[in-house]
Structure formats: C-alpha cells, structure tokens
Design a protein. Structure first.
Length: 308
C-alpha cells in the first residue's frame, strides 16, 4: 500500500444519491483502490484518504469524497472505517490523534493474529468497535464474484452483521470467529498451504524441465487436475485431528509413503534436481514412522510441528 505522505487541499465530489450504507476508506494502494472502486460501483457513498493524494484523484472523478487528513475522514464517518494500509504499525500511525469514540473500525491491513488481537484491544481502549479482516484475493479479483475471492472477518459479531452487506460488496464476506486474531490466522494458514503447493509445483516442473519433447502446457493441466483431486485429503485430515484417531480411513499410510519417497528422491537425483523443497516434509514423515506410527495417515505429522 502507498504510505508516502505530502500535504494537499481537500478534493471532493458530491456523492451519488443512494440508499446504500456509507463507508470511509483509509489507504489507496492497489488493493485499497480496488476496494474503493468495488464500493463505488455497488453504489456506496465513499470517503477516502491516502498519504499520497495523487492516488485519490481518479476516485474523486468516480464519485468518492476525498479528504486531506485521517482525522477529517474519521470525524465525518457515519459507517465503517476501513483500513487498508501497509502494515500494523501504519494503522497506529494513521489513527494517532483521531477521535475513535463510537466508531466502527474494519482493519483489512495484513497482520499476524497477535497483532490483530492487540489492535482490537487498542481500539476498545479508545471506545471503538473492531473487526479484523484477511483478504483472500489479489486486486483484480475484487468486485468480481466469479473470481472466487473472499475476505475473512473476525471480532465483534454484532458489528459484522450490521455491516455485512457493505462488506460483501467487494468480495464474499466470511466470519470466522469472535477472536479478533482468527481472520489473520485463517489468512496465513491458507497462504502457508499455498506456499507448500507452489513448492511442489516448482519441484514438478524442475523434474520435467530437461525433457525437450515434453508438452509443458499439457503437463500443467495434468498437474492442476491431480492437485485438485488430492485437495480432498484436507477433509480427512481434519476429521482425524478432530477425533484423535489417525489410522481412521487411511488408504495410504506413512510407512508406504515413506518408502515411496525413496523413489521420488532417486528420480530427482537422476534428473539433476535439488530435492530441498521436499526433504523437510519427508524427514517429518520418516520421524513419525520411527516413532512407531507407520500405520497412520499424515495427520500425525501435525503434532511434530508443535501444535497438537
């Protein structure tokens, strides 16, 4: 998000007449701008502020009311005040000195669960109500329901219900709990799984890379189909973690998978591919088998990471 500041005069345009709920948005980086346009398109009166005024100028022409300072934006807000800034520290900096008593804060700034919890306490101490959010989308997905993007929310459930319709205009709104840190936790957990998937995709393409006569587009289609088919394993793992029975419904146990890993490593060696993206997880599986749990599925490896 854009966080460089210069001073300017206030720019505004008479908001379009509408019965939709008004919003105030602080932060107009790529994501903030996408959110702003989605709310304007949906007919919501919108007040915006950004450190760099040039980012706000196009939105003024599209119907947004642009103000000079965060204090002015907060003071005039009658609906949710949405923050989409660069990091948690910038939230405190931008709102420093503003009167938050009775205001509804919706923080869509990327943060850790602990930061979200601390920020919720910070808001409560200042008399504000608070929701934290985690955006599971990139800017081009915002305002396009067919893209599959959505936003996690956590914190005050009454606040979420009050503003649900407005919050759902840019992307589907999913409430994931009263703990303010749960939106960030869901966000980071899903991104962590995505990172692991990308590691596997990277390794797969490295394996086929030397093959001159291999159709990579066709391989990519097969790869995506296979990953989609395997994604259902998450449901089985969740059920096993919930019940504590890690051998329940297992079709491919750890002992078998660990033995098969030797073939994966041998193929990587034959193809001159560094296996470093796979070996940490393989070591985790091997360790669980060594503990005497070769008949389990993968759920037992979760506890080896210290969270079960």
């Amino acid at each position: 998000m854009d966080t460089h500041s210069t001073s300017t005069h206030s720019t505004s345009k008479t908001p379009r007449t509408t019965s939709k709920a008004p919003l105030t948005l602080l932060g107009l980086g790529d994501m903030g701008t996408a959110l702003a346009r989605a709310w304007l398109t949906a007919g919501h009166p919108l007040t915006v502020w950004n450190r760099s005024p040039k980012r706000a100028e196009p939105l003024a022409g599209e119907g947004a009311r642009v103000v000079d300072t965060p204090a002015e934006a907060v003071a005039s807000a009658t609906g949710p005040i949405v923050l989409c800034l660069v990091d948690d520290a910038s939230v405190g900096e931008v709102l420093d000195g503003t009167d938050l008593l009775g205001k509804d804060l919706v923080n869509l700034t990327t943060s850790t669960p602990a930061q979200a919890q601390q920020r919720a306490r910070w808001a409560e101490e200042r008399g504000a109500r608070f929701l934290d959010g985690g955006i599971m989308a990139v800017p081009p997905m915002i305002g396009r329901p067919e893209s599959g993007g959505y936003i996690f929310y956590s914190g005050d459930p009454t606040l979420f219900e009050r503003h649900r319709d407005a919050l759902a205009a840019p992307a589907d709104a999913k409430f994931v709990g009263e703990d303010p840190g749960h939106a960030a936790l869901h966000d980071i957990a899903l991104l962590s799984a995505m990172t692991g998937m990308f590691a596997g995709i990277t390794h797969a393409f490295a394996l086929v890379g030397p093959e001159k006569d291999l159709d990579r587009a066709r391989f990519a289609t097969l790869l995506a189909q296979w990953l989609g088919a395997m994604a259902g394993a998450a449901d089985g793992m969740a059920a096993q973690l919930e019940s504590g029975h890690y051998t329940e419904g297992v079709t491919s146990n750890l002992a078998m998978m660990t033995a098969a890993n030797d073939t994966l490593l041998a193929t990587a060696q034959d193809q001159s591919v560094d296996p470093r993206l796979l070996t940490p997880y393989m070591e985790l599986m091997r360790h669980r088998v060594a503990q005497g749990h070769g008949d389990e599925g993968l759920a037992g490896t979760v506890g080896l990471l210290g969270n079960e």
